[in-house]
Design a protein around this ligand. Sequence first.
Ligand code: S3P
Length: 158
Amino acid sequence: MRIYLIGMMGSGKSTLGKELSKRLGYKFIDMDCYIEEKCCKFIDEIFRDYGEEWFRAFETNTLQEFKKMDDVVIATGGGVIKNKKHKKLMDGKCIYLSVPVEILEERLAFDDTRPLLKKRSVRSILEERIPLYKYFSDLTVENIDMNQAIDKIMEALK
Ligand code: S3P
């Protein structure tokens, strides 16, 4: 099975994903790190040098590659849901990690690695995306306490 973790920047997809993959005995892939390695650039450099549209197209190709993998937990980038066509490519269980906006704001307050936060607020991005996260998800789990969230996911996967 392939498990896709979706959710806002700062929602804990990578941290929870690593732990979840250990619990399941699955591989773990951080989609942003995967793209960074392929491009030999950091995400903010990719945005700066090629632009968001190019990055999104690269995300599409990457999702296509992931379809060949099995028994894997994939922490996606927060904006993967911006392209509705990705729903078909994300063939597996899609889990939305939801986190209250105040906590996201706190976690991202001093972050300078996410290019979109240079132009927009966490709150406005989240408001725009909530319907998309819901559209993509098979399961929504609140991720305030990671261990509790993992237990809920394990229970749902039984
Ligand atoms: C983005 C989230 C980032 C990264 C890029 C765009 C977004 O991933 O893919 O900066 O549009 O929300 P994380 O969710 O891992 O921060």
